[in-house]
Design a protein around this ligand. Sequence first.
Ligand code: NAD
Length: 363
Amino acid sequence: MQHGYPVLYFSNVYVVQSLPYRYMIKVAVNGYGTIGKRVADAVAVQKDMKIIGVSKTRPSAEAFVAKARNYPLYIADITKKTEFEKFGLSIAGTVEDMLKRSDVIVDATPGGVGEKNKSLYERFGVKAIFQGGEEHEVAGFSFCSDCNYREAIARQFVRVVSCNTTGLCRIINLMDKIFGVEKVRAVMVRRGSDPGEVKKGPIDAVVLDPVTIPSHHGPDVQTVLPHIPIVTMAMVVPTTMMHMHAVQMDLKKKVGRDEVLSVIREHPRLGLVRKGTAISSTAELKEYVMDLGRIRSDLWENGIFEESLTTIGKELYFFQAIHQEADVVVENVDAIRAMMGKVTDPETSIRLTNEALQFTALK
Ligand code: NAD
């Protein structure tokens, strides 16, 4: 390409980043796995951001994807350079080199590794975003775009909460802002592993996760929405597609079903799985968005089942499907903008992120 800016080809999207380099936020992804590769692609299509590089620990299919996308590849252990090069994977430098060239690092390494990386980020004075597999204390601030975007402005460290917590925070926060939330109870039926994780299970069991109540999700919601009384229970089942939540909320006032549906319809990241689709499972929902042409068949929004949504007086009930690999991706993009302080209102950032991905929530 003549202009030198990265060009990305997605299944049905052709995007050229057109802003001059010096105005772009320089982002690197440390840990190019399930979440990291999605965040990299989402960042690369933003008009105000640029991917500086991604890191891998060993040659893998994902390293070849990074090469195909023209993302410079960095490695922690430079002695492994020849291991990559013998497969035609060129190495741009060490992870330290990548940090020096970046404004913000998205740390998408496995849970617990981010905590170990923190001292490195401190040493290089670079901003870093940790994921939900890290404890709240690693960043000292847990993020959900809807709920606390402004509080992330200019921070050095932010933790984007997990997929389940993100899905819960979005809907609880909206209901709380409009109707007031008295308390929440939710049961999470969790996918056993991501589709590519061939060594994980369970293969034939329903596993209580944990047996004790509450599961960690309720307290995790409270790292973002501390005033919400919430109790969660969780189990893991043999599926890879998505999580399913059964949610019940006591609202502060009596609300009709149509009132709730109309505020959900207005929300940019709450999707409605409509009655007319006849969809009643995660498998059909994934198939639906794949047919609609979503990149990687990703659902960045909550998949709230319209037909399930029921109100009885002040009580609200519904099922929502959460695509574990995807919903946090758009939140990471907003967190980058908030930390850089260039966009100070959440509505603008959410709109910019969604538009760049050509993402309109299912309605
Ligand atoms: P993953 O295993 O798919 O990817 C992690 C990547 O990091 C791999 O490519 C691995 O090779 C690399 N890596 C490992 N050690 C490294 C190191 N020291 N330096 C650099 N790279 C290293 O993991 P994931 O599922 O993408 O999860 C990443 C984080 O996101 C975790 O905190 C997880 O809890 C969180 N998260 C995961 C999901 C999900 O469903 N997969 C959803 C929400 C949040």
